[in-house]
Design a protein around this ligand. Structure first.
Ligand code: ADP
Ligand code: MG
Length: 580
């Protein structure tokens, strides 16, 4: 069959092979010639950007396969949940196949590397794998090989013409995949989304399925703890809820109702582990993670103290008043917040961004922000204490603003009086002790005075000023990157997001870094921070994560408006005005 005329000029794998042999042994810069598109028998290869030298960030490459050719069933991408999970699965397989078929180290620097951004325990939308009705495209990275600084063209030919085709065929073609694994992956994500979507109607803010497996291997390894060392989750009868899911049918587990929920129990009995699982319940998890059916409302925000952070004109007046030197707490700024002021700012900013559920753990809270008992009220009188403790605000938050709180608190029973429900963890098994706790609260009055006043109060919104977002380093060079998961480099400023715990992947941090720049288009001196981050997220939902970067790259992972707002709030160069 003769190719149409215009195809005769198209680069093919032969063209690539010839080029590579021609530039073999030349200086590394000659690799730049490769930039462009090459038609392979069953896919299109596109070399977007060639690295400057063997040590630089690896080259950006894409492979696009026609949906028909790939054989991926339409049903597997029939809705957004499924599509995200399918792409995530393909990325994982592609990652594994890179390890399997690529020889790896082949010379200087990153020579020989073929790698795709590796997903973690969460199933997240990412630019590593993008799918439309017509095609599926993987974006990955290759370290083009060199000996010293000379092009190793023959090695490059092996990478492009032997290894990569194996990797692509083993990852993007349905007949090479494990259909039942793939189906489980997709159905798990779809069920988790349905579960999360169902919370609101059931009046819940979170759900932990019976049989769930919460503990992690270690503080630095989010994989599940060895099965023989862990106790599976079992809901107390009183909180047990059933819910119908599209794939696995009815599941039961512990529903955490709206309102104020207290998690109590002895030290080391699993309180924080439960809260951590809820904190990440905003994301879907991979099969066998143990937390697949642990979900929380998408607007649940973890709050912690983060002393040392900067705060810019945040209204923390519900919690802090009468600071020394008459500091205005309706517009509070500091370069170096204390534990309590940082926690107050974190709450105000989360509320400003639209959080509907706050998750707090005593382990990472400032004690003087959380409690102030009867005896302390006697010694340090209210007029000498700027802090109104959270205990006096938590009910107002729910009663007036419908913002729920889930709080781990093993250290103070004063909270019994303000909790709608109290869950006690004993050797990792929860028990509903609400009646008992309320009874104790009645029998043993805490003696403390309520210090929260009559209302929570209205928080002032802030308007970010675009001039404070300067991505430039030097005159023309922009610098936007994520050196680490907890650090954004934006122009000349480093933004520390180490206390923003719901960021789970460095490519989310990278996405947020680029979103800071993208967001400036909506900063007109009128739109509030909430409106600005809302528009960015809306654009991403409508047009994909690719809009954030000036070039296509496979290492951007989705994030929420809350984490974007948190990064903005932590910018030391931030300038805002308060909405009057
Ligand atoms: P707490 O906050 O109550 O002090 P943690 O949640 O920190 O307790 O848990 C203490 C330890 O127990 C941690 O090492 C954690 O990984 C482990 N752990 C938590 N839940 C379980 C479980 N269901 N089975 C086994 N170990 C668990
Ligand atoms: Mg703890």
């Amino acid at each position: 069959m003769g190719a149409p005329f215009y195809f005769t000029h198209m680069n093919t794998e032969q063209t690539l092979d010839e080029k590579l042999h021609r530039i073999d042994g030349r200086g590394y810069k000659a690799y730049k010639e490769l930039t462009g598109e090459y038609q392979f028998p069953s896919y299109t290869l596109r070399i977007d950007h060639v690295q400057g030298d063997p040590f630089a960030t690896p080259s950006r490459i894409r492979v696009r396969v026609d949906r028909k050719t790939s054989g991926l069933p339409r049903a597997f991408s029939a809705n957004q949940s499924r599509k995200v999970a399918l792409c995530d699965y393909l990325t994982r397989i592609f990652y594994k196949n890179c390890l399997k078929y690529s020889q790896g180290n082949r010379g200087t620097g990153k020579s020989g590397l073929i790698v795709v951004d590796r997903p973690g325990q969460e199933i997240l939308e990412s630019t590593a794998m993008v799918m439309t009705g017509q095609w599926v495209e993987v974006r990955f990275f290759m370290g083009l090989p060199a000996t010293g600084r000379r092009i190793a063209g023959r090695d490059a030919a092996i990478m492009f013409l032997k290894e990569l085709p194996e990797i692509v065929k083993g990852s993007l073609f349905f007949n090479r995949l494990n259909p039942s694994d793939l189906k489980t992956h997709i159905e798990t994500a779809e069920d988790a989304d349905a579960l999360r979507d169902g919370l609101e109607d059931l009046g819940l803010v979170g759900f932990v399925a019976n049989g769930a497996f919460l503990p992690r291997t270690s503080g630095i390894d989010p994989a599940p703890l060895a099965k023989d060392r862990a106790v599976r989750f079992q809901s107390p009868d009183t909180l047990e809820t059933g819910i119908m899911l599209p794939n696995r049918g009815c599941i039961t587990g512990m529903g955490i109702p709206k309102g104020v929920t207290l998690i109590v129990g002895g030290g080391y009995h699993g309180k924080s582990t439960l809260l951590d699982a809820l904190e990440l319940g905003i994301y879907n998890h991979v099969p066998k993670d143990g937390r697949e059916m642990v979900v929380s409302l998408p607007s649940a925000v973890k709050i912690r103290a983060a002393d040392g952070r900067n705060v810019v004109k945040t209204d923390i007046s519900p919690f802090i008043n009468n600071l020394p030197f008459n500091t205005d707490t309706t517009s509070f700024s500091t370069e170096n917040a204390s534990g309590s002021t940082s926690q107050a700012a974190n709450i105000s900013e989360a509320l400003e961004a639209g959080a509907r559920v706050l998750l707090l753990d005593e382990d990472t809270s400032a004690t003087n922000f959380m409690i102030r008992d009867h005896r302390m009220q006697q010694l340090v009188t209210k007029d000498k204490e700027p802090i109104t403790p959270f205990i006096d605000k938590v009910r107002q938050l729910y009663d007036e603003k419908r913002v729920s709180t889930v709080l781990v608190m093993g250290g103070s029973g004063d909270y019994f009086s303000v909790a709608h429900q109290v869950i006690q963890m004993t050797a990792y098994i929860p028990e509903d002790v609400t009646r008992k706790a309320h009874h104790i609260a009645k029998e043993h009055a805490s003696g403390r005075k309520q210090e929260g006043g009559h209302a929570f109060g209205e928080l002032k919104h802030r308007i970010p000023i675009p001039e404070s977002f300067n991505p430039h380093r030097g005159k023309h060079r922009t610098k936007i990157s994520a050196p680490r998961i907890d650090e954004i480099l934006f122009g000349k400023t480093l933004i520390d997001i180490g206390d923003v715990e719901q960021v789970v992947h460095i490519s989310q941090t990278r996405g947020i870094a680029h979103a800071l720049h993208y967001a400036t288009r909506y900063m007109d001196g009128k739109q509030t921070l909430k409106e600005v981050v809302g528009r960015v997220i809306k654009d991403i939902d409508g047009n994909g994560l690719d809009i954030l970067t000036p070039f296509v790259t496979g290492d951007i992972v989705c994030f929420r408006e809350f984490e974007l707002a948190a990064a903005i709030n932590r910018m030391r160069a931030l300038i805002v005005t308060q909405q009057s």
